[in-house]
Design a protein around this ligand. Structure first.
Ligand SMILES: O=C(O)CCC(=O)C(=O)O
Ligand SMILES: [Fe+2]
Length: 255
């Protein structure tokens, strides 16, 4: 247990408007990781500026109907996970999915390692390819990025995306449709469970292309005796009309 603070991340200070190309040939606009880390520490959930433009969102939505891109499809009602369906991408991950996973990972690993130090947990590698290798060594070989589709009445029960022993503690969901235009309802819902306290609900309403970064399983929160683990589950409230698509970027692979 210690009292590390999240270190500032040089060169990532200025948020960019949507759609501006990344300066280094990547897909990501520069993000204010100091502010995002503070928000994640405080809430367990943080919204980024738009990561993808409308054309990129439209292209990703179309991919849902290209079965060759996916390794499996889940009809949520069959498992009582909710109402709607999702598809896990197969290797090789298409762009911009692969780039998002690769580029979002290093700054998220800085945050994850601050959390790991606070909780006395093992640290994560700096580069995503090394996390993928560690997953493979733990028997987790299958890619986890996914596309979700919900129609009217669609919803997603509260859950945690744990796919084996190796769990990277942060994930990102990118909304691909325009709320109140392409669909209504369908809010992003989170429930935080603190030790010996009643559960705290959080609701976020991203706009198209925004990334919602959130805790996969638990995060450290200060307590009287140092740091304690606070659990988070996520889900989606009912879609009332239209269709809602999301790109889910989970960084650990699955068994
Ligand atoms: O549809 C959503 O917003 C939630 C998606 C989800 O469960 C995930 O990305 O892991
Ligand atoms: Fe999920």
């Amino acid at each position: 247990m210690n009292s590390y603070d999240t270190p500032p991340l040089p060169g990532l200070a200025e948020p960019a408007p949507a759609g501006r190309p990344a300066p280094d040939g990547g897909v990501l606009p520069p993000l204010d990781w100091t502010a995002l880390a503070a928000e994640l520490d405080a809430e367990g959930v943080a919204l980024t500026p738009p990561l993808l433009d409308a054309d990129q969102c439209a292209r990703l939505r179309e991919m849902y109907d290209e079965p060759a891109l996916f390794r499996s499809t889940v009809t949520m009602a069959r498992h009582r996970f909710g109402e709607g369906s999702y598809r896990y991408f197969a290797h090789p991950l298409p762009e911009p999915v692969a780039a998002l996973r690769r580029e979002l990972y290093p700054p998220l690993a800085r945050i994850a390692n601050t959390w790991a130090a606070r909780l006395g947990e093992p640290e994560f590698p700096d580069r995503h390819e090394d996390l993928v290798a560690a997953c493979a060594a733990a028997g987790q070989h299958r890619p986890t990025p996914l596309l979700l589709r919900y129609g009217p009445g669609g919803y997603n029960c509260l859950h945690q995306d744990v796919y084996g022993d190796l769990t990277f503690p942060l994930q990102v969901a990118v909304l691909l449709d325009r709320p109140d235009e392409d669909f209504t309802g369908g809010e992003s819902v989170f429930v935080e469970q603190r030790p010996r306290a009643q559960s705290r609900p959080l609701v976020r309403r991203p706009v198209q292309g925004q990334g919602l970064i959130f805790t996969v399983h638990h995060r450290p929160v200060r307590s009287a005796r140092g740091w304690s683990r606070v659990q988070l589950r996520h889900g989606v409230s009912a879609v009332h009309s239209g269709r809602r698509h999301v790109l889910g970027v989970i960084f650990h692979d699955a068994r």
